[in-house]
Design a protein around this ligand. Structure first.
Ligand code: ACM
Ligand code: ZN
Length: 523
């Protein structure tokens, strides 16, 4: 018998026979219920792509697709009995996940299944993947391939990072200059090649439809009030000291951020979010809010006036004020609002904003206090969950080991951890080959962290499943990093880490130096 393997590991998987009781044939038939259309389509396209099978639907061997609302919404039951497979989801979504499991079972057994029974449901409600399309643009086809792979890993939130200092990628009819100017940069670091690209409204709607057919929500992020230089290149009046800005051509954190003191900046962004919420209707918007230097705000008369008016203690309150204002606008429209966890300590944002934990600016105890106090968190702790880190910094085993259990966390606090997200930042990921190598196999680790029960997580057992996983990805045209390179040791590890640290030294500081001089002249 071939080894039965599923990633992410299900809650319970029992193999009940030594020999096959069900075999794929081109005579296979299907019994379907209302709501099973997406699941059936997914299964048929897999059978066509991987087994070159176009079932005729007349034979004795049957696959039955059912929905049973007594099962948890995203949960399912999968049974293989003599001559038939039963897929029973708690909803359309649960049924779709049963199909994802069946695809893997069929692949690892070459289509000959023993009797077995699987009951399954996710550990976390939010199981995300973030793609940074600001640093490099990824085509519609590339994004769809990520969505396909998310579905295979039972991930359900695509966090689409659509704006950066280096590029604005989301076409908005009310603010066309954002893409006309902001989606193009003249070069990148030391090269001389321009880079450009954006998604039209219809392309975004197409991607959203595609995601929905795979039960994936799409959460757009327009990062602000920092990381906005591409937006300032299009609309310089949004800055404290308006002048000609280039779309950034190097990595790093820019000093020029939005002027929060000008009411017109807030109006501009509310209008932007109004249009964004017409396109992205899944009920969640990410505000970004990470890495916001306060240098310009200290010198800006408008920002200083607002601080006095509102009795703010220091410039970092402007950061909080901006995010709270945008969040309130979006909440009134019924949206959940997310942001990175950068607003910490005494000037925190409103508790109803969900924070995405990424850096070490907060001590574990502070996170626990926030969770216990009612703030919801998505966990993307960089050293485990960032898929762009070299394997020398975040090996597959390290990514797999991620668990977050800060001291002092109450049961209520634990329930406020709504999920886990793997993030692919793309400063050093210019193409799909690199993206594949960074993302896989670590996305498999993210998926077990987010889906599988804690007591089912076992790194040894996980690695034994990777042979079949690699073969499946290869068949689907995805190119993961070679397994032996996912855990560099000794000199290779050291070299990898030094290389990574060196790559953090960019032209960004030089760019800031020049723009600081220009800003001083205007002051
Ligand atoms: C981040 O990595 N700046 C959220
Ligand atoms: Zn200002």
């Amino acid at each position: 018998m071939k080894r039965i393997t599923v990633i992410p590991e299900p809650k319970s998987l029992k193999v009940l026979s030594e020999t096959a009781v069900f075999a794929l044939t081109d005579n296979l038939s299907f019994e379907c219920c209302d709501g099973s259309e997406n699941s059936l389509k997914e299964l048929l396209s897999f059978l066509r792509e991987v087994f070159s099978l176009e079932p005729l639907g007349m034979g004795r061997e049957k696959i039955r697709l059912e929905i049973d609302t007594s099962i948890e919404e995203e949960g399912y039951l999968l049974k293989v009995e003599s001559g038939r497979v039963i897929l029973r989801g708690g909803s359309e979504k649960g049924l779709f996940y049963a199909v994802q499991t069946l695809k893997q079972l069929l692949f690892c057994t070459e289509g000959e299944l023993p009797a077995l029974e699987i009951t399954d449901a996710p550990r976390y409600a939010v199981r995300g993947f973030m793609l940074d399309c600001g640093r490099y643009f990824f085509t519609v086809e590339a994004v769809k391939q990520f969505l396909d792979m998310m579905a295979l890993h039972k991930l359900n939130e695509f966090h689409w990072h659509l704006s950066e200092d280096q590029g604005f990628r989301c076409q908005l009819e009310g603010k066309l200059l954002l893409t006309e100017i902001g989606s193009y940069r003249s070069h990148t670091n030391f090269n001389t090649t321009p880079h450009e690209g954006y998604y039209t409204r219809s392309q975004m709607l197409d991607i959203i439809d595609y995601a929905h057919s795979k039960y994936i929500k799409v959460i757009p992020e327009i990062d602000s009030p920092g990381h906005v230089q591409a937006m300032l290149a299009a609309y310089p009046e949004l800055a404290c000291f308006p002048r000609d800005f280039d779309v950034s051509t190097s990595w790093g954190v820019r000093h020029d951020v939005f002027c929060v003191g000008k009411e017109s900046t807030l109006t501009f962004m509310k209008e932007l979010f109004d249009e964004l919420t017409e396109i992205f209707t899944d009920g969640v918007i990410h505000l970004g809010g990470d890495e916001v230097p306060t240098l310009r705000w200290k010198a800006c008369p408008d920002c200083q006036r607002l601080m006095k008016e509102k009795g703010m203690k220091d410039e970092s309150d402007l950061h909080t004020y901006y995010l709270d204002t945008m969040a309130e606008h979006l909440r009134k429209k019924g949206f959940e609002v997310r942001m990175w966890n950068d607003r910490v300590k005494e000037n925190m944002t409103d508790r109803s904003l969900t924070w995405q934990l990424w850096n070490d600016a907060m001590k574990d105890g502070e996170v626990a206090a926030e969770l216990n106090g009612g703030r919801k968190f998505v966990l993307s702790c960089a050293r485990w969950c960032y898929l762009n880190f070299p394997y020398a910094e975040a090996s597959l085993e390290k990514a797999y080991s991620f668990e977050f259990e800060p001291e002092g966390l109450t049961d209520e606090g634990r329930r406020n951890i709504i999920g886990i997200e793997g993030c692919l930042w793309t400063e050093f990921v210019p193409d799909m080959l690199t993206a594949d190598k960074m993302t896989y196999p670590r996305l498999a680790a993210v998926s077990e962290n987010a889906w599988s029960p804690r007591d089912k997580k076992d790194y040894g057992a996980f690695t034994e499943k990777l042979g079949s996983y690699y073969a499946l990805l290869g068949t689907l045209g995805v190119r993961p990093e070679a397994l032996k390179k996912t855990a560099p040791k000794g000199v290779k590890r050291l070299a990898g880490r030094l290389w990574w640290q060196r790559r953090q030294l960019t032209w960004g500081a030089y760019d800031n130096f020049i723009s600081d001089i220009k800003a001083k002249k205007i002051k």
